[in-house]
Design a binder for this molecule. Sequence first.
Ligand SMILES: [Fe+2]
Ligand SMILES: [Fe+2]
Length: 315
Amino acid sequence: MGTEQPNHIDQKNEQDMNSPLHQLDDWEDDLKQRYPQDGEPSNLSGGTDSERHEKDTHKPNEAFRDYAAEARSSVKEFYRINHQRQTFDFVQSKRKQYLNLNHKQMGIWEAMEFLNTLIDDSDPDTELSQIEHLLQTAESIRADGHPDWFILTGLIHDLGKILCLMGEPQWAVVGDTFPVGCQYAESIVYYDFFRENPDWDHPIYSTVNGIYEPHIGLENVIMSWGHDEYLYHVVKDYLPLEALYMIRYHSFYAAHREKAYEQFFNDQDHQYFAWVRKFNPYDLYSKSDQRPDVAELRPFYEGLIDRYFPSKLCW
Ligand SMILES: [Fe+2]
Ligand SMILES: [Fe+2]
């Protein structure tokens, strides 16, 4: 037994290293700090995050500030590992592992319930569940009178996060995405951490265009591995192209917010990124304190799902 202990400790260390975020959604909260709504503090009900937290939970502000500082440093550590380990070869290995879609057969609602089993350190009294985030996103799109496929896109956009339940570490599921096989854009968050990536001084991958031709079209550019790319492949036969762009590139902040990597865009990419930009505020700013009534909304959304998807999809 004595010999098993160091092994166990190694595994635990590796696991801790792979999961610096206490809550998977901490990186999304960090995005709201980076891209506040209309330049205002990033929440819908006004006040700073810590004021709102105090109002919501009656927990003292100081404790929340400690928590916020801790969350920030865990997000930074998360990006360090993400930028270090998302190499071209790593992405290819994950594409090989997942893109034949032979892991599971599930319907959309079933996948939502599966995602909801994701357990992290979030406080269920104050944090929304994954299903609640998806429903809030969809409901805010619906409230603005958008077409049904747009509402459906809001409902499903994060289902690729089930990768976490298939054993993938946080840094291979969430976080800003970026192309691999070419130079990293300086506008990517925590750009300096890419210096630790083995591709940083690769003779081809470190050049502006890398392995790609200019204006080759984003569909030919390999993105870092995560929930966007995975879900795109699961649903690509069932939704209009506008929806597919929203799903595939919703975490590609360097492009849709910072306009980096346009050297690879073709005319279609320029045209359809308007939809990625239209979607982004619903993803980032639709969280509200009012929890959606899952049971009440379910029949409407199951009807919507049935109009576009078969009863089982390959994951
Ligand atoms: Fe997402
Ligand atoms: Fe989301």
